[in-house]
Design a binder for this molecule. Sequence first.
Ligand code: PGA
Length: 219
Amino acid sequence: MKTIIGNWKSHKTNKETEEYFEIFSKKLSNSITKDKKVIISPAFTSLKTAFDLVKKYNLPIELASQNISSFPQGAYTGEIAATQVKEIATHCIIGHSERKRYLKENTQQIENKIKEARDAGLKIVLCVQNEHEDTSNEVDYIAYEPPSAIGSGEPDDPKHIEKVCSYIHEKAPKPTILYGGSVDEKNVKEFLAVEHISGFLIGGASLDPQSFINLIQKC
Ligand code: PGA
C-alpha cells in the first residue's frame, strides 16, 4: 500500500481548487487508487472547499492540513487548532522544512503540535530533513525531505535515501516512511523500489491534476 500526499503549499484560490477537482474527479478512477492512499493537502483557505468537493464527487481520497497550531482552541489570533482541522481533514503535516526555514518553527513547537494533533485524533505526517532529527514522538508517517531536494528538480540519490530511511526505520519502526523532494511522474519509479519507502510527499508535481494522476498511476 503506497501513500501519496499532494502538498499544495501556498498555491490555489478557492476557484482554482474547484477547477482542479473538476478535472481530478473526471480522471481519477478506483482502479488508479486501488491499494493506494491518496491525500491532498490544500491551503487552509481552500481546505473546506476541497472537503465539500471530495464529498460531492465521492472521491476515494483524504485531506490533510499543511500545519496546525501548537496551541489548543483559544485566544491565539491567526492560528488554527487541531480540533478545528479535524472537522475537515483526517491528516496534518507537521514540521515541514519550509516552516522551519521561513517561520523558524522549532522542536518545542513541533512537539506541541504533535501532541495537539494526536489528542484531536488527526493522523500525523512528520517531516524530517535528515536521519538525526527527533523521531521519538508517536506519529503515523515520517516524511524524509532533504531541503536541497525540495522544489529544486534535484531529488536525493535513491541509495542515499535508502541509507537515511533504514536508519530512521531502525529508530522508529512503527511509522510509515515517505520520501519527498522533486518527485514527479517521470522519476517516481526510481524511488518506488527503495527499501522502507512506502510513499511520497509531492509538492510541485501535485499542482496539476493530470500530472498528479499520472504520478499516482505509476505508484
Ligand atoms: P517538491 O516539494 O515536490 O516541490 O520538491 C516537496 C515538499 O516540499 O513536500
